[in-house]
Write a protein that binds this ligand. Structure first.
Ligand SMILES: Cc1cc2nc3c(=O)[nH]c(=O)nc-3n(C[C@H](O)[C@H](O)[C@H](O)COP(=O)(O)O)c2cc1C
Length: 221
């Protein structure tokens, strides 16, 4: 019953959230899905009830728990929650936003107060900067250069080790390299080395090697 599991028992979800709200002076927000499955798409009612007990904002992932990540996120119900005249708390939409253009299109189409981004930020934290820039100026920023990509990946690796310990920190970092170094020709061999290395100082050297390699090759172009 952890996480989205609570969507199987809405009265309990409301009671639990109410207890959290009552136990703190901090603002409490909720992030949830459309419902447990296609037969229980109850987010409209859930949103009202959560607002009534005092949550300060609601983020909605446009899928059911049963869907996991299958299919496309359905934002129509998110839009309905946002446009319900009874709803006055900020509503954030979530699901499948992976570009500045899509962020703007969905924000305008569904009128949400904000957008949450998950997978598109994995290994590409620049997505937030790209979207802000597009919203403000209508133009697409240039992708980060190799120096910045390497230095952010390095910082992430160090933070990962600091947070999770050396072994888990290094292993969990592996899934991120593909995105940090996406679109670089010939990155496959470097990637294979990055995901088989367990020694932090060797990883630092390897990151330096990647930076130097692509700095040189960009100078050749
Ligand atoms: C690695 C990973 C971990 C996640 N952990 C959580 C979590 O702890 N709680 C939660 O509500 N959603 C979690 N999610 C779901 C995301 O918050 C988000 O709802 C979902 O990925 C859809 O958004 P996206 O298409 O922008 O990725 C996780 C997603 C990923 C990829």
């Amino acid at each position: 019953m952890a996480g989205a599991g609570i969507l199987q028992d809405i009265p309990k979800m409301i009671k639990l959230t109410e207890k959290v709200i009552k136990s703190t002076s901090l603002p409490v927000t909720v992030k949830t899905r459309l419902g447990w499955d296609e037969n229980t798409l109850n987010i409209e009612e859930v949103a009202e009830r959560l607002q009534d007990i005092g949550i300060k904002a609601l983020s909605i992932h446009g899928r059911t728990r049963k869907q996991m990540y299958k299919g496309e996120a359905d934002w129509t119900l998110i839009g309905k929650v946002k446009n319900n005249p009874r709803i006055h708390i900020p509503i954030f939409g979530n699901g499948d936003i992976d570009s500045p253009q899509k962020a703007l299109e969905y924000k305008n189409r569904y009128g949400v107060d904000g957008i949450m981004i998950g997978r598109a930020s994995i290994g590409y934290p620049w997505i937030f900067r790209d979207i802000k820039h597009f919203f403000n100026y209508g133009t697409i920023l240039e992708a980060p250069q190799i120096e910045e990509r390497v230095e952010v990946a390095r910082k992430h690796l160090m933070k990962s080790i600091e947070w999770k310990g050396e072994r888990i920190g290094i292993v969990e970092m592996r899934r991120h390299y593909t995105n940090y170094f996406r679109d670089l020709p010939g990155i496959k061999d470097f990637r294979a080395r990055l995901v088989s290395e367990m020694d932090p100082s060797n990883l630092h050297c390897l990151l330096d090697e990647i930076k130097e390699h692509y700095q040189e090759s960009s100078q050749l172009v």
